[in-house]
Design a protein around this ligand. Structure first.
Ligand SMILES: [Fe+2]
Length: 253
């Protein structure tokens, strides 16, 4: 009997959901299909205090700008309960805050199975606390294990791609660091700062980029910021064309 070859029809899957409250379509990007030469720079998240809607917005921007490289600015977790500052006695316990952060980060890990994450001062609190009580870093679990990150996440203090330096940024805003070191620099850390600013000389043209954060400023962990008139800004960075075109976007709220 003659066999008839049947070709399977390949159906291109694209996950598209309509989210009415944001007013635009939400895509689940396939990072491996996106352009690795374009970077999305995701601001401080401070889990478990991430603002609702930030993940959907970031995914939309990643798709819109075709960003196949994902870099997190750090402060992935807040650590309010184990901070050196006074913590809210009515807030979550240490164990509960860590558990809540791990839960809130799960959809982020699913959306971005591969990422570079820069260590922020809040992420480093665990190591600092260990040092305070005289514990070697060799006693401490890797940060990725602490937060439940997938194997595709790499953690570092700094990262350079296409002659652009990415770091959390504890000392000086991005433009100052860029000007002094003569390398384009992208940072988080200063939650109320967001911009792209250029410095052009006879020899080079470099930029500094600040992204804000992705947290909910009304959460109890941020009571310290309430007296200040200048408020944190939710923004992300897009560094396109192999580091040549930097754009900062603010989340529409
Ligand atoms: Fe931060």
């Amino acid at each position: 009997m003659k066999k008839i070859a049947v070709k399977k029809k390949v159906v291109k899957k694209t996950t598209v959901k309509k989210k009415k409250d944001l007013g635009y379509k939400i895509y689940t990007p396939r990072a491996n299909k996106l352009d690795k030469n374009n970077v999305i720079f995701i601001p401080d998240l401070h889990a478990p205090f991430i603002k609702d809607g930030v993940l959907d917005w970031i995914k939309e921007e990643q798709k819109r700008y075709n960003c196949g490289t994902v870099i997190f600015a750090g402060d992935i977790i807040d650590g309010h309960a184990w901070s050196y500052h006074e913590s809210d006695p009515d807030g979550l316990s240490v164990g509960d805050e860590l558990q809540a952060a791990r839960e809130q980060l799960k959809p982020w890990f699913k959306a971005f199975p591969e990422a570079i994450s820069l260590m922020g001062n809040h992420d480093l609190l665990i190591q600092r606390k260990a040092r305070t009580i005289g514990l070697s870093k060799h006693f401490i679990k890797g940060f990725g294990d602490v937060i439940g990150a997938p194997k595709g996440w790499k953690f570092d203090i700094e990262y350079v791609k296409d002659n652009v330096l990415y770091k959390h940024g504890n000392v000086g805003t991005a433009f100052k660091v860029a000007k002094e070191s003569r390398i384009s620099t992208c940072q988080g850390h200063f939650h109320a700062e967001t911009y792209v600013q250029w410095s052009v000389s006879e020899k080079d043209a470099i930029f500094g980029m600040q992204v804000g954060w992705g947290a909910d400023r009304h959460a109890y962990a941020f009571d310290y910021g309430k007296p200040f008139a200048k408020k944190p800004v939710i923004s992300c960075g897009l560094i396109l064309d192999r580091g040549k075109t930097p754009i900062v976007k603010l989340m529409p709220i």
